[in-house]
Design a protein around this ligand. Sequence first.
Ligand code: DX5
Ligand code: ZN
Length: 221
Amino acid sequence: MRLPKAGTIEIAPSVLAADFAKLGQEIAEVQSAGVKMVHLDVMDGHFVPNLTIGPPVIASIRKTTDLVFDAHLMISEPEKYIESFVKAGVDNITFHIEVTDDPIAIVDKLHNMGCSAGICLNPETPVEAIEPVAKYFDMVLVMTVHPGFGGQKFISEAAKKIIKVREIVGPDIRVEVDGGIDKNTAPTVVSYGADTLVAGNAIFGQKDRKAAINAIERTYR
Ligand code: DX5
Ligand code: ZN
């Protein structure tokens, strides 16, 4: 369970916007810029209309870095696959509330395997959907775009849910935000209570990744 302890603001670059032909190098570059975690977007072509990476790719990049691997499973039936992802070396698994009737069973399984657990809300899913279970998790992820693709426009209305999520979970659980985060939107979501900022295009879409990370950090430091 290696998610950084709550209380600091962390940037989690999303490799979805990286060059997949040189993933190891791309991750090394953001690691040298000082980030503690990377965000790995897993899509199944079923829960979302796109496909990305799975356990074999993750197992390969695991050998190249000790950064925290924050896996975001945009898949149906996550319970079928979590063990493979843990074996591949992820540290945190976030799955969607929309795909399961028994999130507690999955969170228990993850904790028993030594993996931390996050629960994710789509932009149109109300905070009430996670309210009864949020306290069992290590992180709550608020989507500020419709999952499936990088580079989409930030949905301000969805971001406002962060305020209520933070009220519910208190200071000890991470609140992550994903979709359209850049130097313009970061200060807003931090003011709402987010402490874990996923950014794809705003980092890997830029030539100088260190400068891109610093530019986001400067907006809330
Ligand atoms: C979208 C993914 C995001 C994506 C964010 O479905 O969950 O993690 O990579 O990309 P940007 O930061 O470009 O919106
Ligand atoms: Zn994501």
